[in-house]
Structure formats: C-alpha cells, structure tokens
Design a protein. Structure first.
Length: 505
C-alpha cells in the first residue's frame, strides 16, 4: 500500500565521466566476473562514466584470443545485463574495451610481457582479485616484483577474507607488504546497495529519526538476509565456510554497524569507518558460557522451494557435515545509546523467500487511549511503529504506523505502511551495488570498503562463537527447505516477547 509518492525525475542525474583507467580482473572467466563485474562495468559505460581509452583486461589460465573472450562476454551480457545489452552499438563499443591475457599465477612465465603493457605509472590502475583468498598474496607479490604497483594503483579483494582472525591477519599482512592501506579495497557488495546508502541519509539528513535513534525509543532491531537458493555446485567450497563466516562476519555485521554507529563528524571515509569500528568493539562477547542462549545454527534438509522439490545440504554435498547453512544470533551493543536493545541477526539458505531487510521496531506508546476500542474490535489493537529498510528484492523504505480506517461506522485502527519503493519513486533502472563500488575504487574513495581494523574486530567477535560451537556436542538443527529455519530460531526471539517481522503489506 503506497500512501505517498515522490516526484519522479525525468532522467537520471548526470554522472561525470571518469578519465581513462586500466582495470585488470584476475579470474576474468569466473562466475563473479561474468554475472556481476562485467555487467556492472557495461552499465557504467552505457551511462557515460567509462570512456574510450579505458582498458579492461581479463586474466585466467586457459588459452583464448581476445575475440573468443569478447564472444563469451557478449553472451554473458545478454544474459545478465538486461535490456541495455540489446543495444548493438553500445555492446560493440564496450566489448572493444576488453582484452584477455593468459597468466599462470604460480609462475613468472608471461608476466614480463604483461607488465610491459602498463608503462604509465600516473594512470589509475585497478587490480580486482576475483580469485581465492589463498592467491591474494601470490598475486600481490607478482604485481610488485614486475613493477606494476604505482602511486595510483588500487587492489580489490573479495570476501571471505580468511577463515578466522589468524588467517585474515596473514592475508592482510601479505597485502600490506605490497600495498598501502589506502590502496586496498576490501569489498562487501551489501554496502553498495541503495537502501544501505539511504540509511545514512534517513538517520542524519532528517530531524524525524535521529532524536529517536536510541534505547529510550527503540525496542529492538532485526537484520535478515534470507536466500531461497541452496549451495548446489558450491557445496565443497561452502562446507569450508558456513553461514557464520560467509554472511554474518561481513554482510550482517556491516549492516549492524551502520544502524548502530554514532553520528560521524563528516562523510569522510575514515570518519564513518571509525564509528563502525566502535560498534564492533562494543559488541557483547558470545562465548562458551552464553553461545547456547544467544545463537542458533541450522542446516537445511530436503523440502520444497517455490513449488519445486529440492535436496538437503548433505545430499548436495554428498556427505554428512556439521557446517551450518542458517544462523540466528541475539547480539547486544554495550554502550549508552543501545543499552538493553537487542539486535537479532538471521541469515540462511533455502528459506521461504529471498529477502534482505533491516527492521527497527520502536517502543509502544506509554499509554493507550484506545483500550475500549480494542475490546470492541481486537483488530484495532495498537502495534509498534516499525521502520523497514528493504535491500532486496525490491529496494525501498516502509514506515509502519497506526492509522484510522477511512469511512463511517466508528473509529477503527489499522497498522499500515508509508511505502516508498525506489523503483516507483525515482524511476528508471536501479544501479547494481557493484556499479557504485567499482567506480568508487577508480576514484579512490574508500568510504564503502572495510578497513583492516574493522576486519580484525569482526573476527574477534566471530571466532569465539565458532569455538563455542566446536566445543559443543550439538549438531546444527535441521530445518525443512522452504521454511524460515529451525524452530529454535523462533524461540530465540519469542522468549523475549518478540517475533520475527513478516511484511503483511
């Protein structure tokens, strides 16, 4: 139900083109490059931000020509870049920027010739490491030894950054030997989503919310990242990771930080990252003594998703496993602003629907004048106000309020949302998160990327949870694919007198 609208602009705001740059994708034939990186770059090209003279170079191990590679990317763009890829002229112009090089990352063969293609140290040069984290240090050393690291070089690394604090330190040390911290961009695509960016604008650009953004007015916060897909062909990789490391350590903790951080002194990158770091350091530890009460881990079994029968995790893996595909956590931020306000985190695969959202539930009114009305009409019972920021599938913001039902026949109340869908309010194609993040890398703007001390602090909170699970004899709780996870996750929140948010609007 939409009860207000925003004037729709006649066109997207003009974005200034960037000077020509070089972007090298290690893992240029992989799933990430085909589905996300190259479609994102294509859209930025169509919108005029990427200009002629820019070079996009893909690196992989197999032998192929530039034309072969361009043909592969043409097919990928037709599959993943939407209607804009049907524009033959735009497609041809973008493909002309692409080239392919075969390199063996474990050998020096071919590297001198490759390095000779990048003589200009004053040109922005981005190396995107879309490869396994065990290769980050290897690639960094090769780039350094062949003179490819200059003052305008940036390197982008994907999560997971390690499997624990110790391995993350080793990766960061390896990168730090080659690159300055200001040159390292640790990417988390959730931070590039429009709704996540809008959270900052809502909090600090409106007098309505910031005065209420504290324990006196907020009852609790829920952060859910739910997926309907299973692990499928990624099962061998996923079994070494699990939901806690794959999703909570980065995505959910970063969202929690943006909700809970203090107002930064400015929009400067380090001002915001300093405040996020304070939140991570203020999280109440979850260890052996309280992990059973504060966490739930689950693993999906066979069921049905979107009307289709799907196998369980063990069937997809081909073996029994203690790896979790679902996590629910009750977290607490131990500071003055959030004392006594629980943050409920939930993420999992093979859940009932694909949805990512942040739900801020405000406290009930201190006194209700509608008690007699409620006795006559129980559906008029007061419900708490909620601010819902939906990250996917349809990005937008809802503010749930109590409202009088229109019409005669006495006073009746209903809980209804003020609903702003970004697509409906602003029109046009909504840019993918990678589009924003990749252009920020080229500009050298690190605001939406994790600093090393943030990564360290996140692992210091996550590692004791994993240790507590490892010390426990309990296996992950089974849940049927297509459900909302194990019943223990419902109990986790309902024993506090609360319930998981379900959008009835």
């Amino acid at each position: 139900m939409s009860v207000y609208s925003v004037p729709t602009p006649s066109h997207a705001p003009h974005l200034a083109p960037l000077a020509p740059f070089d972007l090298v994708i290690f893992g240029g034939t992989g799933d990430l490059a085909l589905r996300k990186l190259l479609p994102a770059l294509f859209h930025r090209y169509v919108d005029g931000q990427i200009v002629a003279g820019t070079r996009i170079v893909a690196i992989a191990r197999d032998e192929r020509s530039d034309e072969d590679y361009r043909g592969k990317i043409r097919e990928a763009l037709l599959d993943f870049a939407g209607e804009q890829a049907r524009d033959g002229e735009a497609l041809a112009g973008f493909l002309a920027l692409l080239s392919y090089r075969r390199l063996d990352l474990s050998s020096d063969a071919g590297w001198p010739e490759f390095a000779a293609e990048f003589p200009d140290q004053e040109r922005v040069r981005v190396f995107y490491l879309a490869v396994g984290p065990d290769l980050f240090g290897v690639v960094g050393d090769r780039l350094h030894s062949h003179g490819l690291v200059g003052p305008k070089t940036r390197v982008v690394v994907e999560k997971p950054l390690g499997k624990d604090g110790v391995s993350a330190d080793a990766i960061n040390d390896a990168l730090g030997r080659v690159f300055a911290e200001t040159q390292i961009f640790r990417i988390d695509h959730y931070l590039g989503k429009e709704t996540v960016q809008n959270l900052t604008a809502l909090r600090f650009g409106n007098a309505l919310f910031e005065p209420l953004w504290k324990a006196e007015h907020i009852d609790h916060v829920q952060i859910t990242v739910a997926e309907t897909v299973g692990v499928e062909s990624r099962a061998p990789y996923y079994d070494k990771s699990g939901a806690l490391r794959d999703m909570v350590q980065n995505h959910l903790l970063q969202l929690l930080c943006l909700v809970a951080m203090e107002p930064p002194s400015s929009l400067a990158a380090d001002a915001i990252r300093d405040e996020k770091l304070k939140v991570l350091r203020a999280l109440r530890p979850i260890e052996n003594g309280n992990a059973a009460q504060s966490t739930v881990r689950g693993q999906y079994k066979a069921g049905a998703v979107e009307g289709r029968a799907v196998p369980g995790y063990a069937q997809e893996l081909g073996a029994q496993s203690l790896t979790e595909t679902f996590v629910a956590i009750k977290a607490e931020v131990k500071n003055w602003r959030w004392a006594g306000v629980p943050f409920y985190l939930r993420t999992g695969k093979r859940l009932a629907e694909r949805s990512s959202e942040i739900v801020v539930t405000f406290r009930q009114v201190p006194h209700s004048i509608f008690e007699d009305l409620t006795e006559q009409d129980p559906s008029s019972r007061l419900a708490p106000n909620k601010l819902v920021l939906r990250l996917q599938p349809d990005e937008g913001v809802k503010l749930w309020l109590m409202n009088k039902v229109p019409g005669p026949g006495g006073l009746r109340l209903r809980h209804v949302p003020l609903d702003m869908s970004f697509a409906a309010a602003f029109g046009g194609r909504q840019a993918d998160a990678y589009e924003r993040l990749l252009m920020d890398v080229v500009r050298g703007n690190p605001m939406l990327f994790m600093r090393r001390d943030e990564v360290d602090a996140a692992w210091k909170w996550i590692d004791p949870i994993r240790a507590a699970w490892a010390a426990s004899a309990d296996a992950p709780r089974p849940y049927t694919a297509g459900s909302w996870g194990p019943s223990a996750a419902v109990a986790l929140i309902e024993r506090d007198g609360r319930t998981w948010h379900e959008d009835a609007g």
